[in-house]
Design a protein around this ligand. Structure first.
Ligand SMILES: *Cc1c(COP(=O)(O)O)cnc(C)c1O
Length: 402
């Protein structure tokens, strides 16, 4: 069979949203054992469930880090990842914040490519608005009560098809003032779970007040812009034809790969790029403000409100032309519609299915199976099924589709 397979023809790709359907074929798992210091050969598991010890540091101490990246289908039907090596580097940086060993770039790429290759029919048609969202995840997985390194870590890669809506209307944003996302010298630079769960109640509250996006200022002085709760901040200034993009350079924010890509594109357009502190007061002078991230792409901000001062800065109800130009360029690059002069896209190929390696991973010599759930391998695309869990993957698929 030729690789990649065509997109499923039973899916309405333009109305997927991002809700979890559990309809994909499965996920990839690899474990790191402290005594050997190596990550195991990736295994494909044909359901969305993990066996995690109830006393694992992941569940008890928040020892967890994650990534988010995307795959698209090109006009010539190849499957393209966007900047996966940069996501690999960032995951290891996030892991370091929470005392998790690094995931070597080659291993990250192998696992991500395998997860995408084994779910290739879930990569949407080039012409649709849909994407395959990829969620790599690493955590301390063995039972371990002491505040020391556990004996085992798990790296897993999940995929989820979804649709992001382009041409969205600009959204109003509000500054979160009763809560600090990230302390100075804290973990704010890491994509670690502990940075997100505390924010949910503030984003929920903001939404009830009509704000779809929340902005965080620096915790120490509350005078400088840091980032939105799940995306980076770009301020745009225009002087005649000349455009300047300004992004915060704080150590307490997640280094957005979307933002970095926008800045590189801006430079290629001959625009000016500034990475520096952004005082809140400067926000009044921006012509456009954009929230940027993998999941949201480029989300234009209509207004920025700060409750404690009563200030509101307006950027307009229509998407600005700088945001449109950057968004279109990003979209065309990710989807292989234009030549990639940056070397950002990486193709997923047939060998990334890793059929032989996945079988080899079941050999007891590679992994101590006494410490892991028993798994049965099927060499076909069905992949691996858990045999000792209470979970029946077929049951779940039906539930997910109901
Ligand atoms: C993931 C994330 C971003 C965006 O990073 P991208 O690489 O552009 O996806 C920005 N801020 C926070 C808090 C994030 O979690």
């Amino acid at each position: 069979m030729a690789f990649p397979p065509s997109p499923l023809d039973t899916i309405n790709w333009n109305t997927l949203g991002l809700s979890i359907t559990d309809a994909v074929n499965g996920h990839v798992e690899s474990t790191y054992t402290l005594s050997t210091g190596v990550w195991s050969t990736p295994r494909f598991v044909s359901d969305p469930f993990l066996r995690v010890h109830g006393l694992s540091p992941a569940l008890n101490y928040g020892q967890q880090a994650y990534e988010g990246l995307k795959a698209h289908r090109s006009p010539t039907n190849s499957i393209l990842l966007f900047r996966p090596a940069d996501h690999a580097a960032r995951l290891s940086a996030s892991a370091a914040y929470v005392s998790i060993p690094p995931i070597p770039e080659a291993h990250f790429l192998q696992c991500v490519k395998m997860a995408v290759a084994r779910n290739a029919e879930w990569v949407a048609p080039h012409t649709s608005e849909a994407l395959l969202y990829i969620r790599p995840l690493v955590f301390g997985s063995s039972g371990h009560l002491a505040l020391t390194a556990p004996t085992e870590f798990t790296f897993a890669v999940f995929v989820q098809p979804g649709t992001t809506y382009h041409g969205v209307q600009p959204l109003p944003a509000v500054v979160v003032e009763d809560f600090d996302r990230a302390a100075p010298r804290g973990t704010g630079g890491g994509k670690v779970g502990g940075n997100y769960a505390p924010v949910i109640r503030w984003t929920d509250r903001a939404r009830t007040q009509g704000y779809g996006v929340t902005l965080h200022l620096d915790a120490q002085t509350r005078t400088c812009v840091e980032e939105f709760s799940t995306s980076g901040f770009i301020g745009v200034r225009k002087a005649g034809e000349h455009v300047t993009l300004v992004v915060p350079d704080s150590k307490n924010i997640v280094a957005s790969i979307t933002s970095d890509s926008c800045l590189a594109l801006a430079e290629s357009f001959g625009w000016t790029v500034e990475r520096r502190e952004i005082p809140w007061s400067e926000c009044k002078f921006f012509d456009e403000v954009v929230a940027v991230g993998t999941a949201a792409s480029l989300l234009p901000i209509r207004s920025l409100h700060r409750p404690s001062t009563g200030e509101t800065f307006y950027y307009g109800a229509e998407t600005g032309d700088v945001t449109v130009k950057l968004g279109t360029a990003m979209r065309n690059l990710m989807r292989g519609k234009v030549a990639d002069g940056f070397g950002w896209t990486v193709e997923v190929k047939e060998e990334d299915l890793l059929v032989d390696e996945a079988v080899a991973a079941q050999a007891p010599a590679v992994e101590d199976v006494s410490e892991r759930p028993a798994e049965v391998v099927e060499e076909k695309m069905n992949g691996v099924e858990h045999t000792n869990g209470s979970v029946d993957s077929k049951e779940i698929e039906v539930e997910g589709k109901a």
